[in-house]
Design a protein around this ligand. Structure first.
Ligand SMILES: Nc1ncnc2c1ncn2[C@@H]1O[C@H](COP(=O)(O)OP(=O)(O)OP(=O)(O)O)[C@@H](O)[C@H]1O
Length: 588
C-alpha cells in the first residue's frame, strides 16, 4: 500500500507513468497527479531530464494550488511534514533550478533571494503589482481654499459624534492617490466610501472639472450587488447637495469592469494601452482579489485616477493564489510615504461578539476559550462529545417555523426566518460537513412532522444559489426558500435587489442550505450563526476561517467544538507564501 492509502494502481490520485522522485512524492501524497503532469510536460518540452528540476516545477504548482505565489526551497521539506522523502538539499536544489533550461528563455521558473521558487508568471505579476502601485504619482498639495472646502466637507458628510474614526480614514484617503481602507464587518467602510465619493465629487465641481466618473466594483456578482445596495443606502443618508452630485452609482464585477474577453479568462479589454476611463475606482471585498486579478486591475486603472481598495484583511483570502490585501496592508503600511486607512469599531455587533472576534484576530487562544466558556446572551460554546441532541433542540424549532411559514405560502416571513440563522461548516463532506448536516436536518424535520421528505423540493427547503443568473438577477450566494403556492411550490429568493419568486424548475444551480460552507457565507450575515468546528487536523481549520465564521453573526454565535479544535483554529494561520509584502516594504 502507498502512503496515499491506496492499493489500486489506477487510483486517480496517482499520476500514470510517473517515475523516480515524482512518483515517490505522488505516492506519498505530497504531490497530486496534476502537479506531476505539469512537471513532466514542462521538463519534457524543455528537454530537461534532471529529476530535481521536475520536482521543483511540481512543488511550485502544488504551492499555487494551495494559494501561495512561491515556495521556499530551503524549508519546503519540513513544511510538508514529509521529511523522510528524498528531498534535494536547499542550496543544491536552487543550483539545479538555476542551471535548468526552464530558468532560461522562455522562462518558466525563477529563483528570488537565493531560495524562493516562483513559476515565472506569478513572479512577473508580483513585480508588476508592486511597480504599478508604487509608480502611481503622488497628489499635488491642495490650495488653501481647497483645504478649507475639504475640512468643511468632512464636517458636513460626517456630521455626528461617533464618526471620528471614519472622518480620519476619509481624510487619509483624500490625501493619497491610492488608499487601502480596511475594517471588519460593520466598521463603517461603506459609509466612509459614500462620504469620500461625495467629497471627491465636490472637489471636482469646485475645480470646474467635468463630473467625476466613478467605478464601483467587487470580485463576485453577489459582492458587487451588495456594494451597489449598501452604497445607495449610505448615499441616501448624505445631505441632498452631495446626493445630487453623486447621482445614481452602479456597481459591477471586476471582470465586467475590466471587460471580459471570450478568448481568455486572465486577459481583458482594458489594459495598459486601453485604460479605464474612470477618475475614481473603488474595489470592495479586496480580500477575495487574487494576485492575477490585482495585476490586471492595476494595469488598467489610469495612473492619475484615485484607487480605493476596501476590505477586511483578516477574512478568508481569494480562491486563487495570493493574499494581496493582507500583503498591501503590511507592505504599504510599513512605508513612510503611504498610510492605511483603518477602521476598527464595529457599529453592528454587540460587545461580546466584537471582543471574541478581536481575540481570534490577535490569536489569543486563552482569551477566546475564556470568552466562549463565559458565554452569555450573544456567545454560546457547545462542547458536548455528541452535540446532535443540543443542536436538534436549538435548531429544529427554527426549521419547523420556516416550514410552517412556507406551508402557508408566506414568503416574506419565510425569508425573514431564513435570514435568522445559518449553520456553517468548514467542509462539504464528513461528519462535520454540509452534506451530512443537510441530511440530518431533513431527517429531524421528517421525524417531527411525520411527513417524509422524498423529493428535492419541499415546502421550507432552504436553498443557496450557486451560480450567477443575470436574467433572474440572482447571484452565487443568494439564498431562498421553497413556499407553497396553490397545489405547487415556488422558490422565494432574497435577491440583492429585493425579493423574487420563480418556479423551482427555472433555478439551475441551487443546493439545499440547512447548512452551508463558511467559504460560501463570506459577504453575508445572519442574526444567529452556528459554527461546526472541523476536526483539529483539518487542513481548512485556520484563524481566518474561524474569524470569517463568527463575524457572520449579528446577534448570537454558537460554536460547536472542543477546546483543542478552537485552539487549533485560533493558532493556525492560513499561511500563503508571497513576496509582495517584502517587495512593497523594501522598494525605494
Ligand atoms: N459612526 C457610526 N455610528 C453609528 N452607526 C454607524 C456608523 N458608521 C456606520 N454606521 C452604521 O453601521 C452599519 C454598518 O456600516 P457600513 O455598512 O458602512 O459598514 P461596513 O464596514 O461597510 O460593513 P460590511 O463590511 O459588513 O458590509 C450601517 O447600518 C451604518 O449606517
Amino acid at each position: 500500500m502507498t502512503a496515499l492509502g491506496v492499493d489500486d494502481p489506477h487510483d486517480a490520485r496517482l499520476a500514470l507513468g510517473a517515475t523516480g522522485l515524482l512518483a515517490d512524492f505522488n505516492a506519498a501524497g505530497v504531490l497530486e497527479a496534476a502537479d506531476v503532469h505539469v512537471a513532466r510536460r514542462l521538463t519534457s518540452l524543455a528537454g530537461d531530464d534532471d529529476e530535481r528540476v521536475a520536482l521543483a516545477v511540481a512543488v511550485a504548482a502544488r504551492a499555487v494550488r494551495a494559494g501561495s505565489v512561491c515556495v521556499d526551497l530551503h524549508t519546503v521539506a519540513g513544511d510538508t511534514g514529509a521529511e523522510e522523502l528524498a528531498w534535494p538539499s536547499g542550496p543544491e536544489w536552487v543550483e539545479a533550478v538555476t542551471a535548468s533550461a526552464l530558468a532560461g528563455e522562455p522562462r518558466v521558473l525563477r529563483i528570488e533571494g537565493g531560495r524562493m521558487l516562483y513559476l515565472d508568471r506569478y513572479w512577473r505579476e508580483e513585480q508588476q503589482v508592486c511597480a504599478d502601485l508604487l509608480g502611481r504619482p503622488p497628489l499635488p498639495a491642495l490650495s488653501t481654499d481647497a483645504s478649507a472646502t475639504l475640512d468643511a466637507g468632512l464636517a458636513r458628510v460626517f456630521p455626528h459624534e461617533g464618526y471620528d474614526e471614519q472622518r480620519a480614514a476619509a481624510a487619509i484617503a483624500l490625501s493619497q492617490r491610492t488608499t487601502v481602507l480596511t475594517g471588519g464587518p460593520g466598521t463603517g467602510k461603506t459609509t466612509t466610501v459614500a462620504a469620500l465619493l461625495a467629497l471627491l465629487a465636490e472637489q471636482t465641481q469646485v475645480a470646474g472639472d467635468p463630473p467625476l466618473r466613478i467605478a464601483l466594483a467587487a470580485p463576485t456578482g453577489k459582492a458587487a450587488a451588495r456594494l451597489h445596495q449598501a452604497v445607495r443606502d449610505e448615499v441616501e443618508r448624505l445631505p441632498s447637495v452631495d446626493r445630487d452630485r453623486l447621482g445614481d452609482l452602479r456597481s459591477v464585477t471586476l471582470h465586467r469592469l475590466l471587460g471580459s474577453r471570450p478568448d481568455s479568462s486572465t486577459r481583458f479589454r482594458h489594459h495598459r494601452d486601453n485604460r479605464l476611463p474612470h477618475d475614481v475606482v473603488v474595489v470592495d471585498e479586496t480580500s477575495m482579489v487574487s494576485l492575477t486579478m490585482m495585476a490586471r486591475l492595476l494595469e488598467a486603472v489610469r495612473p492619475e485616477s484615485r484607487l480605493i481598495l476596501v476590505g477586511d484583511p483578516d477574512q478568508l483570502t481569494s480562491v486563487e493564489a495570493g493574499a494581496v490585501l493582507a500583503d498591501l496592508v503590511e507592505g504599504l503600511g510599513a512605508r513612510s510615504d503611504t498610510r492605511i486607512a483603518a477602521l476598527s469599531t464595529s457599529h453592528r455587533f454587540g460587545e461580546s461578539i466584537r471582543t471574541l472576534a478581536a481575540a481570534v484576530r490577535r490569536g489569543d487562544a486563552d482569551a477566546v476559550i475564556d470568552l466562549l466558556r463565559a458565554g452569555g446572551e450573544h456567545v454560546v460554546l457547545v462542547e458536548d462529545a455528541d452535540p446532535v441532541p443540543h443542536l436538534r433542540e436549538a435548531l429544529l424549532p427554527r426549521m419547523l417555523a420556516l416550514r410552517g411559514a412556507a406551508e402557508q405560502g408566506d414568503a416574506p416571513t419565510a425569508l425573514r426566518l431564513l435570514d435568522g440563522h445559518r449553520l456553517l461548516c468548514a467542509h462539504r463532506d464528513g461528519s462535520r460537513g454540509v452534506h451530512h448536516w443537510n441530511r440530518l436536518s431533513e431527517r429531524w424535520i421528517s421525524e417531527e412532522t411525520g411527513v417524509g421528505i422524498w423529493s428535492a423540493w419541499y415546502p421550507g427547503r432552504p436553498v443557496l444559489v450557486t451560480a450567477n443568473d443575470y436574467g433572474l438577477g440572482l447571484y452565487n450566494g443568494d439564498a431562498g426558500v421553497a413556499v407553497r403556492r396553490g397545489a405547487g411550490l415556488r422558490a422565494a429568493l432574497e435577491a440583492t435587489s429585493g425579493p423574487v419568486e420563480v418556479a423551482p424548475g427555472r433555478l439551475g444551480d441551487v443546493e439545499t442550505m440547512h447548512a452551508m460552507t463558511i467559504h460560501k457565507s463570506q459577504g453575508s450575515q445572519a442574526d444567529e450563526v452556528t459554527v461546526l468546528m472541523p476536526p483539529e487536523d483539518s487542513r481548512l481549520l485556520t484563524r481566518e476561517l474561524f474569524y470569517t465564521a463568527i463575524t457572520r453573526a449579528r446577534g448570537l454565535v454558537r460554536v460547536v467544538g472542543t477546546e483543542a479544535e478552537v485552539r487549533a483554529a485560533v493558532e493556525r494561520r492560513a499561511v500563503r507564501a508571497s513576496g509582495l509584502r517584502q517587495r512593497l516594504q523594501d522598494a525605494p
